[in-house]
Every structure is written in structure tokens, then in C-alpha cells.
Design a protein around this ligand. Structure first.
Ligand code: SF4
Length: 221
């Protein structure tokens, strides 16, 4: 997967960012390749994001690691007991997800954090392959943003789950029960949402607590 070059625009962008770098990270090597799912091998909770950030996952090689969205997400995961540490800064930082795994819908950093529908569809087999292996263990899945929500529900439908048609609408706190699996929607912890107050810490905590509780994990809050 880390050698995939199926999306020319994303390959060019991920590699250009890794060469140019941000000044603050000029002395660091950038990953500059697709970013794999990360966390427990047999997770009860799955977090589905959009795509790696140019100077976050595309730099550190770990999803939601080394950027502001990750700071928000990991602080919340730690508050509810799903992450060992409140920060996620680099691949060797000692962070550990507790019965939880996270994956991006599109595995390469896109310009302006906006993959095209064609890029989403090209990357879909990677998401399908990963979720198919995780599905027997999963009890909850949290989709971050409308893009993650649509990718997740499409993948689950292709894996044979009885996802309603028309597809349930995305919203913060929206839920879909698919047998034993609970799908929960959350606004994405992007700076657009967290800086404006559209997503607050209690809102994100509530969603994660719901997912953890449904999975039989004991949320710490
Ligand atoms: S986004 Fe997915 S399909 Fe496209 S190049 Fe990256 S890993 Fe491959």
C-alpha cells in the first residue's frame, strides 16, 4: 500500500510537500507516501477520517499525528480512555490506541484537504480491504465528517451490511445501527470546525463516549 501511485494528482502533491516541507519541519524527513491505518489489530472501535494532512500524517507517516486536528482528536480519545496519551506527535512517541483503530478514507494527502470523487473511488479498495479484516471485531465506527461518513457507509454496504437506502444523512451525533455495529457521525476536528466552535470538546467527547460505551469499553468520563 505504501508504494501505491494510482492517483497522479495526489502522488505529485504528497511528494512535492515532502520535498518543499514547511519551514518549522525543514530538518525532518517527510513520509510523503500513503498513510496506512493505525491502532489495535482487533479493534472494537474504528475511527474513519478524510485523508492525511500535508504536514501531519504525510510528514509523520501516522494518521492524525503531528497536526492540529490530531491534537484535538487525541486529546478527546485520551479523555474517554481510548488513547494512552493526550498527544500524538510522531511515530515513536509512545502513543497507543486502546481497542481502537483509525484509518483515512483516502490514504494520500490531497491539496486543500479535498480529494476528488475519482480519487475517493480509486482508494476505496484499500479501505474495503482494511475494514473487511476488522469487521468481525468491530462494535462501533465513528465517521469524522460527511466524506468519512459516505466512504464508511459505502464500504459497509459493499461488505454486505444492510445499510439503508437512501443513505442516512450525516450529522454530528447521527447514528445508524447495522446489526451489532453502531455507526456514529461526528463533525471533523479540522481547524475550520474547532476554531469556529462548530465542534467543541464536549461534543467530540460525547460521540467518542457513545462509541466506546456501545463497544463495551468503559469510557473514563
Ligand atoms: S490515494 Fe489511495 S489509491 Fe490514490 S495513490 Fe494514494 S493510496 Fe493509492
Amino acid at each position: 500500500m505504501s508504494v501505491c501511485r494510482a492517483c497522479p494528482r495526489l502522488v505529485e502533491w504528497r511528494e512535492q510537500v515532502a520535498t518543499d516541507k514547511r519551514r518549522a519541519f525543514a530538518d525532518q524527513p517527510y513520509w510523503g507516501r500513503p498513510v496506512a491505518g493505525w491502532g489495535a489489530a482487533r479493534p472494537k472501535v474504528l475511527i474513519v477520517g478524510l485523508a492525511p494532512a500535508a504536514h501531519g500524517g504525510n510528514r509523520t507517516g501516522r494518521i492524525f499525528t503531528g497536526d492540529r486536528s490530531g491534537d484535538w482528536l487525541f486529546a478527546a480519545l485520551h479523555r474517554v480512555g481510548l488513547a494512552a496519551l493526550p498527544t500524538s506527535t510522531h511515530a515513536g512517541d509512545g502513543q497507543r490506541l486502546v481497542d481502537t483503530r483509525m484509518v483515512a478514507s483516502v490514504r494520500c494527502a490531497p491539496p486543500a484537504n479535498a480529494p476528488t470523487p475519482a480519487e475517493r473511488d480509486t482508494c476505496a479498495p484499500w479501505l474495503h480491504a482494511e475494514i473487511s479484516m476488522l469487521l468481525p471485531h468491530l462494535r462501533s465506527a465513528v465517521a469524522l465528517g460527511a466524506f468519512g461518513w459516505a466512504s464508511l457507509l459505502t464500504t459497509l454496504a459493499r461488505l454486505g451490511l444492510d445499510v439503508p437506502r437512501p443513505r442516512p444523512r450525516f450529522g454530528h451525533g447521527a447514528t445508524v445501527e447495522l446489526g451489532d455495529l453502531l455507526v456514529v457521525g461526528s463533525f471533523h476536528p479540522s481547524q475550520q470546525n474547532t476554531f469556529t466552535g462548530r465542534l467543541t470538546e464536549p461534543m467530540l467527547d460525547d460521540v467518542l463516549r457513545l462509541a466506546a460505551g456501545h463497544a463495551g469499553l468503559r469510557p473514563s468520563l
